[in-house]
Ligand binder design. Structure first.
Ligand code: ACO
Length: 352
């Protein structure tokens, strides 16, 4: 039995926020953001629009594309680091929003940027168990929730027209190395059990907790009493804290290694890969992975310029776009790879 992606969909918020707009509320520039990260614009969800809402948009489209109805879904895997609430998870909320059967299980995954990859392996294992035929896998994020809204961020989505003060700009500038990188969005896939079709050939997942300190968000902590305070928010501790260069180095080393490993284990030559879909965190990282694998740029597509880093959503959004515009054709070999906070990373090899 093979795990085959038979439907894809995306859920993207309407508000497009350009680099120039960000430069209006902090000391940054279009030039810096483009040259350091490749990002030109990103989407921002509105207050009241959560990762379950975006995930539901993507999931509905994916289920329809697969030619299925809500009643056909047998299990849900929802990967996000920005759930609507601490509890319950997004799984049951999505189940209700879509009108899925109440007899099915839902799994809420974290694993941040690697959430979709972890979901792929879990979906494959569920299908191989023989108990599930149609798995809905969603990656969705609403990162804007952790942006410092009290410092004039509402002007970016047209909810305020007031001028951001010099003091607010200075405060926004303190977290500019991270805030400019993130966007909101969702992607979903339906994975079906099929005979006589290639589908998912191999997955490999890794975790190295000794690298946990390089990318953290410790401002919300159940070790503290209370678990979050106004001081933590004002100190910017509820925004991810990152040793950018260390994450960068780990990403350009470990992602190509993981791709090589799944290829070797599946007996597939790296040079024969038609596409490698890399987690969209930084264009320079994507190009680094492409060069390390010795592949031409057109085989390592990207859309970071339009969405920024949407964490668990980058891979399903990119897969959807490549599928829709014909870059993925039946029989093609596609590798997925991601690395993020944890450190969690890995790769998957898929034949369309
Ligand atoms: N605008 C203008 N200048 C800026 C900005 C900004 N937005 N951000 C930082 N700078 C300045 C810095 O202050 C610094 O100035 P200085 O030289 O005067 O001190 C200068 O630019 C260079 O900063 P660096 O941090 O050295 O820039 P670098 O080239 O390393 O790029 C970046 C930073 C983009 C964060 C990069 O390191 C990166 O992408 N790292 C990986 C990120 C990643 O993959 N994260 C994982 C995913 S997130 C997740 O898992 C949740």
């Amino acid at each position: 039995m093979r795990s085959v992606i038979t439907g894809t969909g995306v859920g993207l918020p309407a508000h497009i926020v350009t680099n120039a707009a960000l430069a209006g509320i902090m000391d940054t520039s279009d030039e810096w953001i483009r040259t350091r990260s490749g990002i030109q614009e990103r989407r921002y969800a509105e207050s009241g629009q959560g990762s379950t809402d975006l995930g539901a948009l993507a999931a509905r489209a994916a289920i329809a594309k697969a030619g299925l109805g809500a009643e056909d879904i047998d299990a849900v895997i929802f990967a996000t680091m920005t759930p609507d609430h601490l509890l319950p998870g997004n799984g049951p909320l999505l189940q209700t929003a879509l009108g899925l059967r109440t007899t099915l299980p839902t799994f809420d995954l974290r694993q941040q940027c690697s959430g979709f990859l972890y979901g792929l392996e879990l979906a494959d294992l569920l299908i191989q168990s023989g108990r599930y035929r149609h798995i809905l896998l969603v990656g969705a994020e609403v990162h804007t929730a952790f942006m410092p809204w009290h410092l004039g961020w509402d002007t970016l989505i047209g909810q305020s027209t007031r001028e951001v003060t010099a003091a607010e700009k200075a405060e926004n500038t303190a977290s500019r190395d991270r805030t400019v990188l993130f966007g909101d969005g969702a992607g979903a896939v339906v994975i079906e059990a099929r005979e006589g079709h290639a589908g998912l050939l191999k997955t490999r997942l890794f975790t190295d907790g000794t690298g946990a300190g390089v990318l953290t968000m410790t401002g919300v902590s159940f070790k503290r009493r209370p678990f979050v305070s106004l001081e933590q928010i004002q100190a910017g501790e509820t925004i991810p804290v990152m040793s950018g260069k260390e994450v960068f180095k780990a990403a350009v080393t470990l992602m190509p290694q993981a791709v090589r490993q799944v290829c070797a284990e599946a007996g597939v030559a790296v040079e024969s890969l038609d596409l490698v879909l890399v987690h969209q965190a930084n264009l320079r990282i994507i190009e680094g992975v492409q060069k390390a694998l010795g592949l031409p740029p057109e085989r390592v597509p990207h859309n970071i310029e339009r969405y920024g880093n949407t964490t668990a959503a980058t891979l399903p959004i990119l897969f959807h776009e490549c599928q829709e515009d014909g870059r993925i054709q039946p029989g093609m070999k596609v590798a997925f790879t991601a690395l993020g906070s944890g450190l969690h990373w890995g790769a998957a090899l898929y034949q369309a």
